[in-house]
Design a protein around this ligand. Structure first.
Ligand SMILES: [Zn+2]
Length: 201
């Protein structure tokens, strides 16, 4: 038995042990109060691994293919950063580098760390691990997508009249990384960090 407050209406209620896959619903407003998700760690690990597999092609293959007066050019994210840096846009270059290369990678590392420590029911640094989860959850969708779209938008606006801009294979890999990382983050149940092994059985 645990006391839980409904996140929607605030009603505090007692919830007993739930069967795997079962949900406890708030008697007042009908919102899901507690959910016993099945195999959350396995799912988080699988989505993170899949995201990691797309991370490499996302950075090796061009995200944009351009035709400009018959000249063909292909750009990876790193090319974009280097080019921005060389054109004096150093701050933008650093932001794009952090948001689309470094942070997504650190996020995946963080998820693997959470999965492994939770799997082995580590009791160490539980507060820090909860913070890592929160951080990953908060920066989740923002880190990559926005800056990335912005960069494309700038390219399109600047070159729209002169050039044909087409998405490259790297762009699809990038989208896969974004979506899979979000799925991995939502699959993870941070409450598991605080559960003792017998509670989770
Ligand atoms: Zn409620």
């Amino acid at each position: 038995m645990t006391l839980v407050a409904c996140k929607i209406c605030g009603l505090v209620q007692r919830v007993g042990a739930l069967a795997p896959g079962a949900q406890a619903v708030c008697p007042r407003c009908g919102a899901v109060v507690v959910e016993h998700k099945v195999n959350t760690l396995g799912r988080t690990a699988a989505f993170s691994l899949a995201a990691l597999m797309f991370y490499l092609p996302a950075n090796i293959y061009p995200i944009l293919q351009m035709e400009l007066y018959g000249a063909h050019s292909e750009n990876t994210v790193l090319d974009g950063c280097v080019s921005l840096f060389q054109h004096g846009q150093r701050l933008v270059a650093v932001i794009v580098f952090l948001a689309s290369l470094l942070i997504p990678f650190l996020k995946l590392l963080g998820l693997f760390y959470l999965v492994i420590t939770t799997r082995f029911a580590s009791r160490r640094r539980r507060l820090e691990r909860t913070w890592i989860y929160r951080l990953i959850d908060v920066i989740g969708p923002w880190a990559m997508l926005d800056v990335f779209l912005l960069a494309i938008l700038v390219a399109l606006v600047k070159l729209g009249e002169l050039a044909t801009v087409r998405p490259g294979p790297g762009l699809f890999a990038f989208a896969a990384v974004v979506v899979l990382t979000i799925l991995a983050t939502t699959s993870f149940d941070p409450a598991q960090i605080w559960e003792t092994p017998d509670e989770r059985a």
